[in-house]
Design a protein around this ligand. Structure first.
Ligand code: IMP
Length: 185
């Protein structure tokens, strides 16, 4: 049986997400924004975050997957195998809205190597938004392969594999209310 240990409780998450929302609301006061969530992991975070931003806002989503199979924590407990060197991303669901001349906030569950968001950032930039920034709930800076800066970060965490609050292991555990470290999956 996998061993799940709470790293960030639902209360800690709720408090921090509310703070992030307040920060965004201050920074974009008087403006309209579009949140673009990266499926599927960011769906839970986006829905909580957006409700703490009392501005004129719309949602969109982009779906991506990596070429080849990203190794699971079991196959690659240290998390440094093939994905790091392959790092190719493909779009499985494109955005529905035009982002041209809009204030875009890319919403991501976790920043790991940075490959996914680097790729998505370039895609969004091609739409010529008025502004573009990243809001990531979690950041694992020790795993970074490509430089990427998020304007809003919820928590910086060590190099561990986490599930819950939208994050999965083989599509499971997304519905856990806490963020947990998964061991022996
Ligand atoms: P990156 O391209 O390496 O930055 O990977 C970002 C994506 O990898 C995230 O959107 C997640 O889908 C996935 N990911 C990275 N670390 C974890 C983790 O600890 N748990 C669950 N998914 C993760």
């Amino acid at each position: 049986m996998p061993d799940l240990k709470v790293l960030l409780s639902r209360d800690q998450i709720a408090k921090r997400v509310a703070e992030m929302g307040e920060e965004i609301a201050r920074d974009y006061r008087g403006q309209s924004i579009i949140f673009v969530g990266v499926l599927k992991g960011a769906a839970v975070f986006l829905s909580d975050l957006a409700r703490h931003v009392p501005l004129d806002a719309t949602f969109d989503f982009i779906g991506v997957s990596s070429y080849g199979n990203r190794p699971t924590p079991k196959e690659d407990p240290a998390g440094h195998a093939a994905w790091d060197s392959l790092g190719e991303v493909r779009v499985t669901k494109d955005m529905d809205n035009s982002l041209t001349d809009r204030h875009v906030i890319l919403v991501e569950d976790i920043l790991d190597t940075g490959l996914t968001l680097n790729y998505i950032t370039k895609l969004v930039e091609a739409h010529q938004p008025k502004s573009l920034c990243i809001a990531a709930l979690l950041d694992k800076p020790s795993r970074r392969k490509q430089p990427i800066k998020a304007k809003y970060i919820g928590f910086t965490i060590p190099d561990v594999y986490v599930v819950g609050y939208g994050l999965d292991y083989a599509e499971r555990y997304r519905n856990l209310p806490d963020i947990c470290v998964i061991e022996n999956p």
